[in-house]
Design a protein around this ligand. Structure first.
Ligand SMILES: [Zn+2]
Length: 134
């Protein structure tokens, strides 16, 4: 008789192994079979227009990162969160791997910080332009 903890550890190990195999193989995403299915809650998907086909469940979904080309799995639980909690549209899908998402987020934050600093330092270019001319 196995305890729940042991069983959970086994499942985790199996998932990690599959993920490693998938990452190593360039064709991994094409013969990937999902392990996890999570039921969709159509009440939470009400922000989509009624004629769009709504999924009855989410399954782990492999994809290639648009920036670096890495194989990555969009987890069923993350899909549920994206569509039902963050209210993402049903046509939207994951395009960036975790590393690239973090990188992009950091770049965006730096850009915003830069803009804030610039705004404090100097007036808007339009202001300068009008002050000079009139
Ligand atoms: Zn990437």
């Amino acid at each position: 008789m196995k305890s729940n903890k042991q069983r959970r550890l086994e499942i985790k190990t199996r998932r990690r192994k599959r993920a490693e195999v998938l990452k190593a193989s360039p064709y991994g995403i094409y013969n990937y079979r999902p392990l996890i299915y999570i039921e969709a809650d159509h009440l939470e998907l009400g922000h989509n227009s009624y004629y769009q086909a709504l999924p009855s469940y989410y399954a782990d979904k492999p994809f290639k990162c648009r920036d670096c080309g890495a194989n990555e799995i969009w987890k069923a639980a993350s899909q549920k969160w994206w569509y039902e909690v963050a209210k993402g549209y049903i046509d939207s899908t994951a395009v960036h791997c975790r590393d690239c998402r973090i990188k992009r987020k950091r770049e965006k934050e730096q850009q915003e910080l830069h803009m804030e600093v610039m705004a404090k330092q100097s007036p808007h270019p339009n202001e300068v332009f009008f002050r000079k001319r009139y």
